[in-house]
Write a new protein. Structure first.
Length: 367
């Protein structure tokens, strides 16, 4: 099979390219030494490459039987976790035990082998932790059909892991596809959640996670009330990266700091700082097809970092405005965000350029 890849008028950095493909397996262009991996669930073919401005490439794909599992996804049933390795080094762990209030990713390893998210509080070790429910990268909302599925205060709801739909390893990406139930404090089901976490084989100073959720109103209408206490993608950064400890937050419009970024709409936000002597950052990109794009941001000097399009009354300071969203019975809400982990500052990490990679990838023609 031959494909033609046509780039746009800007450089395409270490980027992820996908195109429609109803097939299976692993392919390779031997001349360019590029692997291609099919996601059979998405019916997409994925590969990673760089392109100069207006560059065009012809690539010849040959199916192969054996390929390296560069991104390896391994379940540890004893610990109730899934570990993701890139080139044999741990990148992240997905925790799904019944002992945790909600599934989460932690650690998330960035440049020089340091995690960019705060370690979770453990039982009996919460004295120095504010907001113990900020456990890394997670999904939560503060008022869903009257249930608090955000905090871990008395009477809170939970997200209960049910099963894995798939765990995929490969040369281009690895994927965790999980199924969970949101329940109230009596254990009654509110909705069903699919979470699809895709992690790519990229240079060590760059890590990308595509984070997709599908919330399904399986039990009837679901009301997501207006509240700032929400993050259908929520992150707590490593303490030394926090603004109050010398870090920096910026958004796509050039705003800097909590005063300018909190409660504002933007295509992306970036949070960077030092871990030991290493400068690194973590960005979240909002997808153009997400509800209420571009999203509002609940982002704080103390390290909280969430995409939140619900808390409009808080963000605007006008209680007459409401961000409440009603998901009709048996319908679903789909959201996609890209998490980009980089070296250096916003500018050094080319956050703006990587966001444009996300929304304007090269065009593919199959010959």
């Amino acid at each position: 099979m031959e494909i033609i890849v046509k780039n746009c008028k800007r450089k395409f950095y270490n980027g992820i390219i996908k195109f429609d493909f109803d097939g299976e397996g692993i392919y390779v262009d031997k001349k360019e030494n590029i692997y291609f991996q099919v996601d059979e669930e998405e019916k997409k073919m994925f590969f990673i490459d760089e392109f100069e401005e207006n560059e065009e490439k012809n690539l010849n794909l040959e199916k192969i039987e054996n390929s390296p599992e560069i991104v390896k996804v391994v379940e540890n049933t004893k610990n109730e976790e899934v570990n993701v390795f890139i080139n044999e080094e741990l990148f992240t762990t997905y925790h799904y035990s019944e002992k945790v209030t909600r599934p989460f990713l932690n650690p998330v390893i960035g440049p020089d082998g340091k995690s960019v998210v705060r370690p979770p509080a453990s039982e009996g070790n919460t004295e120095n932790f504010d907001h113990i429910h900020h456990r890394g990268i997670l999904v939560a909302h503060g008022d869903v059909n009257g249930t608090d599925n955000w905090s871990e205060e008395e009477g809170h709801g939970k997200t209960i892991h049910k099963k894995f739909i798939s765990l995929i390893s490969g040369p281009v990406f690895g994927k965790i596809h999980s199924l969970s139930d949101w329940v109230n404090n009596k254990g009654n089901k509110i909705l069903q959640e699919e979470r699809i976490i895709t992690i790519y084989n990229l240079p060590k100073n760059i890590r990308i996670i595509d984070h997709k959720i599908i919330l399904k109103a399986t039990e009837g209408e679901v009301v997501f009330k207006d509240t700032k206490e929400s993050g259908l993608l929520s992150i707590r950064v490593y303490p030394s990266m926090e603004v109050r400890n010398g870090g920096t937050m910026k958004n796509s419009y050039g705003a800097i700091g909590e005063e300018e970024c909190w409660g504002k709409r933007a295509n992306w936000c970036d949070y960077y700082g030092k871990i030991d002597e290493t400068s690194c950052g973590i960005s979240v990109f909002d997808f153009t097809e997400n509800l209420r794009y571009p999203t509002y941001w609940h982002i704080r000097d103390y390290g909280l970092f969430t995409a939140n399009f619900f808390g409009i009354s808080d963000f605007s300071g006008d209680k007459r405005k409401s961000g409440t969203y009603i998901l009709p019975a048996y319908q679903d809400l789909k959201l996609l965000h890209r998490i980009y982990i980089h070296s250096g500052t916003t500018e050094e990490g080319k956050v703006k350029e990587m966001y444009l990679n996300f929304i304007y990838p090269p065009k593919i023609e199959i010959k």
